[in-house]
Design a binder for this molecule. Structure first.
Ligand code: NDP
Length: 330
């Protein structure tokens, strides 16, 4: 069996030397445990935060130990009531090809109902983040003009489409390549999109949303957040989901220069953490599941194969190599 360890805390961009792929013995399950052969691993931007020592909403990864992350796999040995060999489970012991753990931290998933990888993406954590962040944190309502950054990514592509399906008057997205921008408009039905690398975010946003925006769903931070505040309408709402543009910074990034605009607009900025919103999970699956099944809500996955490429897949997310959810297939 093989698993990825963090061996030193990255400073700035993570380097291959900060990690090691380690051979281990497969452990047979003890009482109440299952042994799972992982089939799909999730790599997510928030993992960069756990590589640092700073205290946050999740504990830092421990040095010299296996990292963690979402995963879906097949039970190949069970010593736990209610779990049989052949069951597929969603759990949190990724970054390894086999995992032995207490069955109470596994959730059974149905491979007939949806492709297994979707439990990590469009029907999983990133999907719920989009749903809860838009509807709850950003208090989305019909007729809103919505701007989302990281719009070709897992969360962003779903935010834009849910907003459209729920009656947004205009949805604007930004992404880091012309190809992604084309996808947003032609496949996901965004009304407008721009490549943030092609010029000023503020100018491109003003052009795409001449009447301003009511909601900004922030995945990026930095210039994007400042631009969104600049285009915010009266009673506008900004949901801070992520700030990927600063995750590898070694110095704190400067804040938006135009925060005073929140006074004139009575604007609201609120952070969101998906872990607070699992009460919405049943409603999310009930509403979004059929849209995914019918193709009304489209999704992409970028699939990288092999445990040995787990780290490169993670770094690829930080570099923008993914379109939709980045998945590692074993
Ligand atoms: P994505 O699938 O969106 O992948 C990340 C994308 O970020 C890349 O594809 C890249 O696309 C973009 N990106 C990278 N660097 C920059 C940069 N400097 N400026 C602008 N864009 C950049 O990841 P997720 O959908 O999983 O996550 C999206 C955001 O949501 C992240 O910030 C993440 O931390 C956050 N998140 C927060 C959660 C919460 O509970 N608060 C839960 C889940 C995610 P491009 O080519 O467009 O640059």
């Amino acid at each position: 069996s093989r698993e990825w360890h963090l061996v030193s805390r990255p400073v700035g961009w993570p380097k291959p030397e900060d990690f090691a792929l380690v051979e281990t013995e497969v452990k047979q399950p003890g009482p109440g445990q299952v042994l799972v052969r992982n089939e799909y691993l999730s790599v997510d931007p928030y993992m960069r935060g756990r590589m640092s020592a700073a205290k946050s909403y999740t504990a830092p990864f421990e040095l010299g130990k296996v990292m963690q992350g979402g995963a879906v796999g097949e039970v190949i040995a069970s010593n736990a009531e209610g779990f049989a060999v052949g069951d597929r489970v969603l759990h949190f012991f990724g970054w390894r090809d086999h995992a032995t753990f207490d069955a109470k931290s596994a959730v059974k998933v149905d491979p007939e109902a949806a492709p297994l990888s979707t439990y990590l993406g469009v029907l999983g954590m990133t999907g719920l983040t989009a749903y809860a962040g838009l509807l709850r944190t950003a208090s989305f309502k019909e007729g809103d003009t919505v701007f989302v950054s990281g719009a070709a990514g897992a969360v962003g592509s779903q935010v834009g489409q849910i907003a459209k399906l729920k009656g947004a008057s205009r949805v604007i997205g930004s992404a880091g390549s012309d190809e992604k921008v084309k996808l947003l408009v032609e496949e996901y039905g965004f009304d407008a999109a721009f490549n943030y690398k092609n010029g000023s975010v503020s100018e491109q946003l003003r052009e795409a949303a001449p009447d301003g925006i009511d909601v900004y769903f922030d995945n990026v931070g930095g210039d994007h957040l400042e631009a969104a505040i600049g285009s915010l309408n009266l009673h506008g709402r900004i949901a801070i989901c992520g700030m990927i543009s600063v995750y590898n910074n070694t110095e704190p990034a400067p804040g938006p220069k135009n925060l005073a605009r929140l006074i004139a607009t009575r604007g609201r900025i609120e952070g969101l953490l998906v872990g607070d919103h699992y009460d919405l999970q049943p409603q999310f699956v009930q509403e979004v599941g059929p849209w995914v099944a019918s193709g009304e809500l489209k999704y992409r996955e970028t699939v990288v194969e092999g445990i040995e490429n787990n780290l490169e897949a993670f770094l690829g997310v930080l570099r923008g190599e993914n379109t939709g959810k980045m998945i590692v297939k074993l």
